[in-house]
Ligand binder design. Structure first.
Ligand code: BES
Ligand code: ZN
Length: 896
């Protein structure tokens, strides 16, 4: 398929673009079409007769006319209940059989004459046949739910939209042997035994909530339990529910929950509001975790951790995700979203909250660098490609496609900018006002912005553009040095994105300092705000050779373009007092060299000079006694191939340049060789210092982070030596960080040790699904020349299955992120991902659709690979049985 099936759009006007949808494209939902629901549902009662392959659901809704709804008499009478794959066995209104209903597609429409009614509908569902893992499904013998965004409609007919808030009472009955534990939202209000080995429990959640926050779990689970006392003295029972065999790996999750509860009281003044907080770990889960009121459901990956099976990074991820879902209790649950276009209202804000929490737990500098790296690896490419959208989108076809890095991570950056502009204390006044004003409501991004204006004292008229406009702004910097000052001329420009041909300037807060290369003291920091397309700022200089440090701490999610001399970058990398700015200078040095080299712009002399500059900067980092090792490891990291891809594919219009992933990979590998050779002594010295630090030494963590990074340089420059180092580390390891780090190095080598250690690792952990996921991932990510054949073989491994999202991601998401394999010049990597999408789509469309975006890079890549990528997208599009999820992503990726 070419762009013919997608409407062509010569004017770039989004209205016209959608004027003639192809018959295969699902309908577009638009933000501007929002209308309140005609009915309120103050109370909902659900009655479940649980069975793994047959569950009976009876839903009783108390409904009354919504005074806020404006419409015709007919519209006011119509109660539209969403369903997905449901059929009603029985419908009663006010206690009597009822005939005035009809189906509209999968929705059930009831016409109700009076002001208030009670509607009861009975349905039957088969959880064990539910491979999409949305709604009620079976996972390893237990039953659990996932309802966000539109999964509740797979359980019961209901107004499945976030602005319909209801209090839920849930009764469930089932086989006591199969389901000894029965959980739902809120508090347990009754339980008892029935006939034939059955038992039941009744739960009540006093807080009105939308259906996407409903949850139910039934299974054979045990809890790690410890109470938390809130600042007002309420005792909260906190439980982490897992299968018995996993209980010993739950302490970290429980402690993380307590830390998050305390932090949110201290930092945002938010206290928990129920007597019970349950977290359940399930092994089949589409996402990371879900914030259902009082009953979070988690992917086991973000609960289970001990030193034998989880890396330091895994521990951090558990802590961060536990905190994230906990923080939603206020930013998401107490104040929820009016419609799904407002998703960033809860997700962007909650990501910011979890980032700030992790900064406080683990150190600001390293966490900030990690978060910027994630933004650049996932969100910048999205903003520069066919799926670009504002943090508050204007339209969608399938909402699960909009749980994106833009909504989440750029959304967090946008709120972080408000915090920078307001200052921490005023920002807190703003969030206090927001929570106060909208508690118990379904709010909008606009509500959040207004609360920030009124509470934090900000003026955000122009700032609202950050919510409307897609694309990453580019800020060019020109500097003129005067006798006593420096004048910076800043120009901002946001490239066009699909449906948004023209852009306006946004306010860009930049922390900035003017250092002097010849002076021992560093310049003072201040914050400037670039508001216009072009603006000049004059700043005092502190010495004769000024060096400007800009966007310190990454205060704005923009791309800075400037032509700083190599000497200045080396100075900033070695001396800047802002840790992010040091990292950035090091990245800039490497990006500049590698992109020029990949473009073939460097002659031998320039190549050697570039490498020498990088060598000097790297040496300073390796040997700086003031640096802690965790920060040292950040500074040592070469820019990723994805980031280099973005830098190489920059420019637009006639200046557009295409990325060549093959050249990027080769140049980056060559640079690793050069550093491994030129800094052999320093790297060895560093390795020797950290190699044998004891696990629980406070310096151990930073040391563990360094080891595989050092080994990676040797893997390029001296593979035999690297194999010996990594084997030794693997064999001596008493923790997963060292074991996994060593194995990742070995996986890229053609060495016997690769096979023996992979086998040892597999044998040791064959019963632990999360560690076997790592085993798949390490191989799929490897630098080995045969990686494609290896991934193909792994897909045939008895432990591989398309039914478990963690397993699918462990092999194929990792592979799609492996530039050498994925961008293989013959297109075999693209074909492999397209094959997975086609095979997975009928099983789990939501997960399948997430594999489309890597193929959307075809417009920005050199012509050979572009044609191969595009033809794989077309092959997917030609399938006439595609899900709404995958269909939307493929058409957007191909659209002009
Ligand atoms: N509300 C989401 C879970 C979710 C995501 C439900 C997509 C339905 C569709 C949850 O709060 C979340 O954001 N989880 C993240 C992890 C978080 C730490 C960013 C996830 O699951 O990836
Ligand atoms: Zn979230």
């Amino acid at each position: 398929m070419d762009s013919a099936r997608t409407p062509t759009n010569p004017t770039g006007n989004p209205e016209l673009a959608d004027a003639a949808p192809s018959p295969q494209d699902p309908p577009v939902i638009r933000r501007k079409d929002y209308r309140p629901f005609p009915w309120l549902v103050p109370e909902t009662r659900l009655d479940f007769a649980l069975g793994l392959d047959n569950t009976r659901v009876s839903a009783t809704l108390k409904v009354e006319r919504n005074p806020a709804f404006e419409g015709s008499r007919d519209e006011k009478r119509t109660l539209r209940l969403n369903g997905d794959g449901l059929s009603a066995d029985q419908i009663e209104v006010d206690g009597a059989r009822f005939g005035d209903w009809s189906m509209d597609g999968s929705d059930l429409i009831v016409q109700l004459p009076d002001e208030a009614h009670t509607v009861e509908i009975v349905t039957h569902i088969d959880p064990s046949a539910n491979t999409a893992l949305m709604g009620l499904y079976a996972s390893g013998g237990m039953l659990c739910t996932q309802c966000e965004a539109e999964g509740f409609r797979r359980i019961a007919f209901f107004p499945d939209r976030p602005d319909v808030l209801s209090t839920y009472t849930v009764r469930m009955a089932g086989d006591k042997a199969l389901f000894p534990v029965l959980l739902a939202n809120g508090n347990k209000v009754g339980e008892g035994e029935g006939a034939d080995g059955e038992h039941w429990a009744e739960w009540h959640d006093p807080w009105p909530k939308p259906s996407y926050l409903f949850a139910l779990v039934a299974g054979d689970l045990v809890a790690n339990s410890r109470p938390f006392t809130t600042r007002s003295g309420r005792e909260v029972e906190c439980n982490i529910w897992v299968r018995e065999a996993d209980l010993s790996r739950t302490d970290h999750a429980l402690e993380s929950l307590h830390r998050a509860m305390k932090w949110d009281e201290e930092t945002f003044g938010r206290e928990y509001d129920l007597d019970l907080y349950n977290i359940v770990a399930v092994s089949d889960f589409n996402m990371g975790a879900m914030e259902n009121k009082g009953l979070n459901v988690f992917n086991t990956k973000y609960v289970l951790a001990d030193n034998d099976t989880a890396t330091d990074a895994d521990f951090d991820a558990v802590e961060g995700v536990i905190a994230h879902e906990y923080f939603h209790n206020w930013s998401g649950n107490r104040v929820t979203c009016r419609d799904w276009f407002q998703l960033s209202l809860k997700e962007g804000f909650t990501v910011l909250r979890d980032q700030l929490f992790s900064q406080d737990m683990r150190g600001e500098a390293v966490k900030r660098i990690e978060d910027v790296r994630i933004l650049r690896a996932a969100q910048f490419p999205e903003d520069a490609g066919p799926l670009a959208h504002p943090i508050r989108p204007d339209s969608y076809r399938e909402i699960s496609n909009f749980y994106t890095a833009t909504v989440y991570n750029k959304g967090a950056e946008v709120i972080r900018m408000m915090r920078t502009l307001a200052g921490v204390e005023n920002f807190r006044r703003g969030t206090d006002l927001y929570f106060d004003r909208h508690d118990g409501e379904a709010a909008t991004c606009e509500d959040f912005i207004s609360a920030m204006e009124d509470g934090a004292g900000l003026e955000l008229a122009q700032f609202r553009r950050w919510y409307r406009q897609a694309g990453t702004p580019r800020v060019s910097v020109e500097q003129a040095v005067g006798d006593s000052d420096v004048t910076l001329t800043l120009r901002q420009q946001t490239p066009r994105t699909p449906g948004q041909p023209t852009k306006g300037p946004v306010p860009i807060p930049l922390r900035i300092a003017v250092h002097s290369r010849d002076s021992a003291t560093l310049g003072e920091e201040q914050t400037i705000v670039l508001r216009l397309a072009e603006e000049s700022f004059t700043l005092p200089k502190s010495g004769p050779a000024p060096v400007v440090s800009i966007n310190r701490g990454f205060t704005a999610p923009v791309i800075i373009e400037r032509d700083l001399g190599v000497d200045d970058l080396v100075f900033l990398a070695a001396r800047d007092d802002d840790p992010f700015a040091r990292y950035e200078a090091m990245q800039d040095l490497a990006v500049r060299h590698l992109v020029a080299a990949a473009r073939g712009e460097l002659d031998e002399a320039a190549r050697a000079a570039g490498k020498a500059a990088l060598r000097d900067a790297m040496r300073a980092i390796l040997t700086d006694p003031e640096l802690d090792d965790a920060m040292r490891a950040e500074l040592m990291q070469l820019p990723s191939e994805t980031y280099l891809f973005e830098a190489m594919a920059s420019g637009s219009g006639k200046d557009a340049q295409l990325a060549d992933p093959g050249a990027i990979h080769d140049e980056r590998e060559q640079l690793k060789v050069a550093i491994g050779v030129m800094l052999k002594r320093e790297l060895e010295g560093l390795y020797a210092r950290v190699a044998d630090i004891a696990f629980d030494d406070p310096a151990g963590r930073g040391g563990r982070k360094l080891k595989p990074m050092i080994a990676a340089f040797f893997a390029a420059s001296d593979p035999e030596r690297a194999a010996a180092m990594a084997s030794r580390q693997f064999d001596a390891a008493d923790n997963m960080t060292d074991r996994q780090g060593a194995l990742s190095v070995l996986c890229g080598l053609e060495a016997e040790a690769r096979e023996t250690r992979l086998t040892a690792f597999y044998d040791r952990y064959k019963d632990n699904a999360l560690v076997i996921d790592k085993w798949f991932t390490l191989q799929a990510l490897s630098l080995h020349p045969e990686v494609i054949a290896q991934v193909r073989a792994l897909a045939d491994h008895p432990d591989f299955t398309l039914r478990n999202p963690n397993r699918v991601r462990s092999l194929y998401m990792a592979f799609a992120a492996n530039p050498r394999g994925f961008h293989s010049a013959d297109g075999a990597g693209y074909r492999m991902i397209a094959d997975v999408i086609l095979a997975l789509d009928p099983i789990n469309a939501q997960t399948a659709a997430r594999f489309v975006s890597p193929l959307g890079k075809w417009r920005r890549i050199e012509s050979g690979r572009a044609a191969l990528m595009k033809s794989e997208l077309e092959r997917i599009a030609d399938s006439n049985a595609l899900s709404r999820d995958t269909r939307e992503q493929v058409s957007r990726s191909l659209a002009r």
